[in-house]
Design a protein around this ligand. Structure first.
Ligand code: AMP
Length: 219
């Protein structure tokens, strides 16, 4: 895929390099020439110096030929404008934007933009790690409001129904893995010691589950 990454600071350089390593054709744009020093020396994607708010700069980065764009500068206004230009003017379907300052998050939501606020996301993850260092989140959606967790069934729950374990509206079962084989669970599914249950939950959902006996503590 041809991908344009706008902003080559702490986030853009990391993202551009990851995409490059996966074999994508990456062009990265930044105002400051020195920002490109953050890219590892084996990065051979296209480097474009200039203000991404200038359409000539976006053209030089190949916006007319790209299938995806990530606007990850440290300016929310820039990210919002570039993401909208990419979607509306250039019809790029995969557009994501970085929300730098949590105070502007609403603007991203109103614009219907796929974005992540690293500050909110990290704060949420850290809070959760403080409460449950033993809980293992394997996937984080949006800004981390809903995550998918992995839980190994302890002997306390052997033979009991999945619906007894996961019984609140803030927590939904996703999959059960037994002896290396996964399947979609039903509420009446009888659990067995050692089953791996994946469930999606909000922080409140995790709290409800954690309060049940033998869920994480008494394995
Ligand atoms: P960081 O916060 O470390 O991820 O850095 C953000 C990067 O975005 C910096 O390297 C800035 O130079 C870059 N940046 C900010 N505004 C623009 C812009 N209008 N066009 C291109 N790059 C920008």
């Amino acid at each position: 895929m041809n991908i344009v990454v706008v902003g080559c600071g702490r986030m853009g350089s990391e993202l551009a390099y990851r995409l490059y390593q996966r074999g994508h054709d990456v062009a990265v744009v930044d105002l400051n020439e020195s920002a490109f020093d953050a890219l590892p020396s084996d990065f051979t994607g296209r480097i474009v110096e200039g203000d991404a708010m200038n359409s000539d700069v976006l053209h030089r980065a190949g916006i007319t030929d790209c299938q995806a764009l990530a606007a990850v500068t440290s300016s929310d206004a820039t990210n919002l404008v570039i993401a909208q230009i990419a979607r509306k003017k250039f019809d790029i379907t995969h557009v994501v934007a970085r929300n730098f300052d949590p105070r502007y998050r609403k603007l991203f939501e109103i614009s219907n933009l796929q974005g992540v606020c690293a500050t909110n996301w990290a704060a949420q993850r850290l809070e959760e790690m403080l409460y449950h260092s033993e809980v293992h989140a394997v996937f984080s959606a949006g800004n981390g409001e809903v995550q998918i967790y992995e839980l190994e069934i302890s002997p306390v729950w052997n033979g009991k129904g999945l619906g007894e374990l996961i019984d609140c509206s803030e927590c939904l079962p996703v999959a059960i893995t037994r002896a290396g084989k996964s399947f979609l669970p039903t509420k009446i599914f009888p659990l067995a010691t050692g089953d791996i249950v994946h469930f999606s939950a909000t922080m409140e959902g995790v709290e409800v589950l954690r309060a049940k006996p033998g869920v994480w503590e008494e394995k």
